[in-house]
Design a protein around this ligand. Structure first.
Ligand code: SF4
Length: 251
């Protein structure tokens, strides 16, 4: 609303490059049924990484933190290779990065999104994470339920609602990939009641958003529960100028 732009961080560049590399592989695998050679995937990761840096305005515009871009790129390529070796062979996609427009009753606009991967029996959401996650993070569920609901609307979707699996790719020193094949917590079974609860949560969220816009407008700070609560603050590029963090030394 204020036109302030947050500098993209290295983790975001890494995640986008990882999406790019595996999308290249799975996109062609829908028809071919065969994975690309590993070297093609790691090369695609490097290409995707460079493209994202350019899109972000060049290397000087990226918030690299303590990371070195070259090292980050090498580590990302290694993680992409591990996923390609350990997971890709068992995945036969029917759709990759398919866009959807999903209308929740009572909302003024549809929710627009893209599902990373769909197989005949499940939806897959990729997560590139700092640590090995064996359970979904709390804020992953709303997205997952909306994806399940949107995918179930597709005319060719049989069964109507599919489970969603998180494929976790951890940026740990030793690149690590975990999926629902070994961690059942990374599997979310369909649930009409949970989808309905998600609809209601989103409706209430939009109601709150509209209330905040009407009450405070773009210039007054909005209540966010920070600094006491708010996991997002730890990753937020606006924190140096955030009014709720003014005078706090823990930065
Ligand atoms: S630091 Fe926290 S409260 Fe402030 S803008 Fe960022 S996420 Fe919002």
């Amino acid at each position: 609303m204020l036109g302030e732009r947050q500098r993209p961080g290295g983790a975001l560049i890494w995640g986008s490059a990882d999406d790019y590399a595996h999308t290249l592989n799975f996109g062609q695998k829908i028809a071919s049924g065969v994975d690309l050679p590993e070297s093609d995937v790691t090369l695609a990761f490097a290409e995707g990484f460079d493209q994202e840096v350019e899109r972000g305005g060049g290397p000087d515009e990226i918030d690299w933190g303590d990371d070195k871009p070259g090292l980050l790129k090498d580590r990302g390529a290694r993680l992409a290779a591990v996923y390609h070796q350990q997971v890709s062979p068992s995945v036969q996609p029917v759709a990759v990065q398919e866009e959807f427009s999903y209308q929740v009753a009572g909302l003024p606009v549809p929710i627009i999104g893209r599902i990373d991967l769909e197989t005949a029996s499940a939806l897959v959401e990729w997560k590139v994470t700092a640590r090995v996650e064996r359970q979904p993070k709390q804020h992953w569920r709303t997205q997952a339920r909306l994806y399940q609901a949107a995918a179930a609307e597709k005319p060719r979707a049989l069964p109507a609602a599919k489970p969603l699996e998180w494929h976790v790719k951890a940026r740990t020193k030793t690149p690590t990939v975990v999926t629902a094949a070994t961690e059942l917590g990374l599997l979310l079974m369909p649930s009409p009641a949970a989808v309905e609860a998600t609809h209601e949560r989103v409706r209430k969220l939009v109601t709150t958003l509209l209330h905040l816009i009407r009450t405070f407008g773009p210039d007054e700070p909005w209540p966010t529960h920070a600094p006491d609560y708010g996991w997002a603050c730890n990753w937020c590029g606006y924190r140096p100028s955030c009014p709720w963090w003014a005078g706090e030394e823990n930065w």
